[in-house]
Every structure is written in C-alpha cells, then in structure tokens.
Design a protein around this ligand. Sequence first.
Ligand code: ITT
Length: 229
Amino acid sequence: MQLAYTGTGRFGAHDKLRAMRILLATTNRGKVAELRQIMSGKGVELIGLSDSETTEPIETGETFSENALLKANHYYRKSGLPTIADDSGLEVEALKGAPGVHSSRYAGVGADDGARVSKLLEALRDLPNHRRRARFVCAAAIVWGGGQKVVLDEAQGVILQKPRGHNGFGYDPVFLYEPLNKSFAELTASEKAEVSHRGRAFRRLAAWMGQPGVLDTPSSTDRIVTTAD
Ligand code: ITT
C-alpha cells in the first residue's frame, strides 16, 4: 500500500493524492541517499536539511533510540513538518559494543571515514575472524503532531582484516555481510538497502506509518515503542 496524505492529517491508500512531505533530519549524505532509496515508492516526499545544519550537539542520549528521537524532535519543533531521523552505528563484540553510539566520533570530531576505519582495524589487529563479530544498529524515528515512534533493527557481520569495495559510506568497506560474502561497500545500493540495518528499520517504520489512521491519533498508546537497545 502507498502512503498518501489527504491534507487532513490522515494517510489513505489513494495514490492520486499528493505525497506527504516529511523532513529528513540527517546531515549524513550517505544516509540521505540510502533513505531516499528505501522510502521511494512509499508515497512520501522527503525534504532534506540545509547544508548549514548540524546534528552533533543534539545527540546527548546514551542509546540509538534516544538520539534518533532527540534529532527528530529537534527538527520537528524547528520545522513543524513530520520529521524522520536515523541514529545508527557499529557495535563490535570484542570492543564490548564500541564504537556504538559514538561511531561517528570514534576517531575524534572532524575525522573522516578513513580515519575511523583505520582506528577500528588497529583496535582489532591480530584478532582472528571468530573474534571479529559485529553488528550495525539503526534506530528509525518519526515525530509528528500526534506523537512519536522509534523502531530498532540490525544487520550482523564480521570486521574484515582490510577494506574491500568502494560503495556506501562509513565502516562499509570493513563490514563483511556473510550471507553474500561481500562487504557492505561491495553491495549495490539496492542490495545494501535490502539487507542493511537501515533498510530493515525504515521498512518496518514505513509499514507502521502505512496503517490507516496511525499518524493522526494524538492519544495513541503507540507513542514510543522500542524493540530493543
Ligand atoms: P546525522 O546525525 O546527521 O544523521 P551522523 O553521521 O552523525 O549523521 P550518526 O550519529 O547516526 O550519524 O552516526 C552514525 C555513524 O555510524 C556514521 O557516521 C558511520 O560512521 C556509522 N554508520 C552508520 N550506518 C552506517 C552504514 O550503513 N554504513 C557504514 N557506517 C555506518
């Protein structure tokens, strides 16, 4: 079913109606590209943030879910538009879950993806494959006039000894997705969307949003639902 905005705050299944405008509260270009692909065909028009925005000071929570809601709430208050946000990161078993919610700051503020990947490989140097298990986690949040909702999902893999592939962003070149025997950076955009933490979380969020009347119920008991953290 396609989501369509009727202009009364209600979603309906009528594809003749105009798409609902939703603000996408992320400054990460890699995420923007992936979320546009994941949400395409769902009847929503995603509006991006301006280049001058930053999300770093907003992320004061201790979990992915908290941070996704903080970002979505911040930009909902600023824009008045229904707003979705993603907080995500890499948890490595041998590092007791690090870098986790600090994934984007792992090599310091202002460091690039290459520096983060180098630091990670150094931290795992000489560890055999069975001690390199990791997962990507994504919290997908929406905040609108009637409430808020966050959905958490993950993708499991193994940290490679050295980078492979050039697609994607962040830690993708060192994250081996075993069922396809490819790193996330060796997957096409649509392959990654199919199996990634972000694809899984946002497809579930979109399916929830697509239920009749869900987003126009201010008294909903569904205000915050996390599946794990
Ligand atoms: P926004 O807060 O503006 O959305 P950000 O990059 O700071 O952008 P996060 O705080 O959620 O986003 O940090 C996520 C970091 O985790 C991201 O910068 C990557 O280093 C890593 N990460 C998340 N998803 C990833 C993916 O699909 N592939 C590779 N790395 C990913």
